[in-house]
Ligand binder design. Structure first.
Ligand SMILES: Cc1cc2nc3c(=O)[nH]c(=O)nc-3n(C[C@H](O)[C@H](O)[C@H](O)COP(=O)(O)OP(=O)(O)OC[C@H]3O[C@@H](n4cnc5c(N)ncnc54)[C@H](O)[C@@H]3O)c2cc1C
Length: 443
């Protein structure tokens, strides 16, 4: 392994790709661990956006419960009191051979590289879905879903045909992992508790349908089985239809076809049935697993290349307790960030490095208003208590205190006041990619 020595006055450059859970926290921890030592070390974070996106609360934005800026936090503000520089621009290529990264603006050389570029939605080659389905990966997606739900109610309000009206008010979510389950719950509450109040003169509750489709026999596979059953009970008790062991065959913008042979009208399909590694990462000439994630050593350095560190959704890191790869979660990425930052600083300061071995303690999932399931070791909690804890844990994870206050305030607004039902058309449907424009819509 090569040592991290500096060359005269030349700075030592740590380049971090991605200001998500992995990259952003690595930068903040690295700045903290280096303190006043090694002023020659430059830390730069590159991201296409100038904000850190707090994904666990994205479904609240998609359903009018939180304003977008409560979950999107300026990285420049976060880095203000650190030694970290931000470079905002799309990364086009990672050139490992010449130790440089090419962005839309310039090429950035590095001595240590940290890769935390996250993942993208996996449509498993279904181009029709890729063109037409909604996804929930970023702020634009959340705004689109929010506008679309409101617009479906606007269309349904004056629709005379009961069949078309029901299709307009049928919302289908495919994939019952945490994102799908949480989103289905939020859409149901939004439609029934909020939009019905605005549209109730011509729309009734039993005309609204929320359907959750899952190809396997259980939902929320990352939670203990008991909690999966509890989640189904909760979803069904509030009125969501859960279709297990059911695959979506096709959706043409108006008609859903399932492998069971069932067909029904729906103008909304949200796809949350899989993710795949960022394409820039998939292309790299490093040892990868079948999903394109880079295989790392226990120190989180790439197995086949020194000074390249990988974390979060891009890393295939083995959990020594379970003997399987860590799941792609924010929890994993943040914990790995601490170890990557420690190890880069340790090598620069000639101290011992650490290995990553975190015992996964459980998970959380919120289902609609005032209800969450929590599992941690032997401990499980459901209901409003779980929901409060869910919020406390997530808000506490926000990177700066001011944002924690923002989000707490936003949640109190959600509990005490109505959700927003304004169609703020910053992402009009007409601005969708060319392929989406001409799609036949129900109604
Ligand atoms: C809706 C939703 C809800 C979720 N809820 C939870 C939850 O409740 N709990 C949980 O633990 N996990 C949750 N996750 C998963 C969690 O968000 C990810 O596992 C986590 O963000 C992975 O961190 P990361 O650093 O690997 O990638 P990310 O946090 O995704 O960060 C990747 C960064 O790379 C940037 N980037 C990508 N490509 C380029 C490029 N070409 N040029 C420049 N920049 C680029 C992106 O803009 C992004 O900022 C959720 C995910 C989603 C989508």
């Amino acid at each position: 392994m090569t040592s991290a020595a500096t060359d005269g006055d030349k700075p030592y450059r740590v380049l971090i790709l991605g200001a998500g859970f992995g990259g952003l926290y690595t930068a903040v921890y690295l700045s903290k661990y280096l303190g006043k030592h090694r002023p020659d070390v430059w830390v730069t974070v590159v991201d296409r956006r100038n904000y850190f996106l707090f994904t666990p609360m994205l479904h609240s934005v998609a359903t009018g419960a939180l304003e977008p800026r409560y979950v999107a936090h300026s990285i420049r503000k976060i880095f203000r009191k650190t030694r970290v520089h931000a470079h905002v621009g799309r990364i086009e290529r990672i050139d490992l051979e010449n130790r440089q990264v090419i962005t839309a603006h310039r090429s950035l050389p590095y001595d240590d590289l940290v890769i935390g570029l996250g993942s993208e939605t996996n449509f498993f080659g279904n181009l029709e879905l890729e063109r037409g389905a909604f996804t929930l990966k970023n702020l634009e997606d959340a705004a689109r879903i929010n506008n679309h739900i409101i617009r479906q109610f606007e269309r349904a309000y004056w629709e005379e045909s009961p069949e078309i009206k029901r299709g307009l008010l049928t919302f289908v979510v495919v994939g019952a992992g945490p994102t799908g389950v949480e989103l289905a719950g939020e859409i149901y509450e939004y439609a029934h508790r909020e939009l019905l109040r605005d549209f109730g003169r011509r729309i009734t509750g039993d005309e609204i349908r929320v359907v959750l489709v899952e190809a396997t026999g259980r939902i929320l596979p990352s939670l203990p089985e008991k909690l999966s059953h509890e989640a189904i009970r909760r979803l069904e008790s509030i009125g969501i239809e859960v279709l297990l062991s059911t695959r979506l065959e096709s959706w043409d913008g108006t008609t859903i076809r399932l492998n069971s042979g069932a067909t029904f009208l729906s103008g909304t399909l949200i796809w949350s049935a899989g993710v795949k590694t960022n394409p820039l990462v998939r292309e790299l000439p490093l040892d990868k697993d079948s999903q394109g994630r880079i295989i790392v050593r226990s120190t989180l350095e790439a197995k086949t290349m020194d000074h390249v560190w990988v974390l979060g959704d891009n890393a295939h890191a083995i959990d020594p307790f379970e003997q399987k790869p860590y799941p792609p979660t924010a929890q994993t990425a943040v914990r790995q960030a601490r170890v990557v930052a420690h190890n880069i600083a340790a090598r620069l300061l000639r101290k011992p490095e650490k290995t990553f071995a975190h015992r996964h303690v459980g998970g959380f999932v919120s289902i609609g208003d005032n209800y969450a399931l929590l599992s941690a070791k032997q401990f499980t909690l459901t209901g409003i208590l779980g929901w409060f804890l869910w919020n406390l844990v997530y808000i506490n994870k926000l990177p700066i205190i001011r944002y924690r206050l923002f989000s707490t305030f936003g949640l109190f607004l959600k509990v005490l006041f109505e959700r927003a039902t304004t169609e703020v058309d910053l992402c009009p449907e007409e601005s969708f990619p060319e392929s989406r424009k001409d799609r036949k819509k129900v109604g």
